[in-house]
Design a protein around this ligand. Structure first.
Ligand code: PGA
Length: 248
């Protein structure tokens, strides 16, 4: 039985004051969640998350990391630095990184390995664009994205990764994949994982992301291969994030 994970992706939003209010609002109402909960914050706020969330049932993490261990890489943030601030998770290969920073499948795989080596749980994102879906290329595109990841990871490490299926056309647009559409792709991803190792594949969590909101979360999360959500906009409002956690 896979324990569901609801992870917030704050993207480049927030401030000390806004984050403090958001985290206090979540903590006040969370109780004992029936799923794992995490927030992925901008790097300058890791210390704030650590101070606010240590000892709570909410984990925290980053939104990206460097493929390099350390050294002359101006502006990059190393896996060890995330660990220094208690991060447990890191998003890898989000479509905004792929689109705006030209991250390739190979670079995403390297970053995933760097995260695993540091003891972080990578949340590896895959997903097709609208043009790719309309051209009926969804299976091929997410297949290539997941294969690049699976080629790099060994079977023992496979159990320590999280996958997020995020159709690019659904991110921040208010358009959600229907539960059936999402399930279809999640099943493709599960089969690709199983081709690598059946036992490990059964334990890997595959999250859905893309305009998941309180009013559609329950239906999406009821699908057999949807093991949680990666939440953007709705993770910035405590009541919405809490409602999605409850749906899980
Ligand atoms: P959204 O973002 O929930 O605002 O669509 C999801 C994501 O990009 O991770």
């Amino acid at each position: 039985m896979r324990r569901k994970l609801i992870a917030g992706n704050w993207k480049m939003n927030g401030s000390l004051a806004a984050n403090a209010a958001l985290l206090a609002g979540i903590k006040a109402e969370l109780g004992e969640p029936a799923c794992d909960v995490a927030v992925c914050a901008p790097a300058p706020y890791f210390a704030q998350c650590q101070a606010a969330l240590s000892g709570s049932t909410i984990a925290w993490g980053g939104q990206d990391l460097s493929a390099h261990e350390s050294g002359a890489y101006t502006g990059e943030v190393a896996a060890s630095m995330l660990r220094d601030f208690g991060c447990q998770y890191v998003i890898v290969g989000h479509s905004e990184r792929r689109a705006y920073h030209a991250e390739t499948n190979e670079l995403v795989a390297q970053k995933m390995l760097r995260a695993l080596k540091a003891g972080l749980t990578p949340i590896v994102c895959v997903g097709e664009t609208l043009a790719e879906r309309e051209a009926e290329q969804t299976g091929r595109v997410v297949g290539q994205q997941i294969d690049a990841v699976l080629a790099a990871v060994d079977t023992e490490a496979l159990a320590n990764i999280v996958i997020a299926y995020e159709p690019v056309w659904a991110i921040g647009t208010g358009k959600t994949a229907t539960p059936q559409m999402a399930q279809e792709v999640h099943a493709i991803l599960r089969a690709a994982l199983a081709a690598k190792n059946t036992a490990a594949a059964a334990g890997v969590r595959i999250l859905y992301g893309g305009s998941m909101k309180p009013d559609n979360a329950k239906e999406l999360l009821a699908m057999p291969d949807i093991d949680g959500g990666l939440i953007g906009g709705a993770a910035l409002k405590a009541p919405d994030f809490l409602a999605i956690i409850r749906a899980a």
